[in-house]
Ligand binder design. Sequence first.
Ligand code: DLZ
Length: 167
Amino acid sequence: MATKNLSAYDLNSVPDGKEMKFGIVVSEWNYEITGALAQGAMDTLKKHGVDENNIMVNHVPGSFELTLGGQFFAEYSDVDAIILLGCVIQGETRHFDFICQGVAKGATDLNIKYNIPVIFGLLTTDNQQQALDRAGGRLGNKGDEAAVTAIKMVALQISFENGINKE
Ligand code: DLZ
């Protein structure tokens, strides 16, 4: 099966992000990759009208810390959505599985606990090349995809809050 290009999307399907605020948590582990994800996410948010001053970025040591980094944003800031960006590359031990499952569960829990979008922008790859391919390489940039998802989810939440989804 062909892998989707992560940066390919219908521009018209993305709402205007002018009034939206975002928090981005970036893992320092594999920073060659995660720095590129962060750049992609920021560029994409700005491309869709998000003010640079409404994008806050914080770094955490590794992907395992993304959940708590996200919780700090939810607890102590007024962002509309949080984007978690990390990269876990399969090694010889089961560490990979524990980190990936921990972050997936952590992100899911934050969505539910705080009732705001928390986006799972974690690359989970077998090797470095697969990660590079998805961090601005051959298959686009996971950061772009995460940013688009964040804007769409904030717009969806606003539509519910404004009663647009009521009969
Ligand atoms: C320890 C570790 C390992 C082995 N691999 C990765 C990785 O591929 N990607 C990543 O983001 N972080 C890794 N870490 C660090 C953990 O996420 C975490 O920072 C440490 O286990 C300390 O809690």
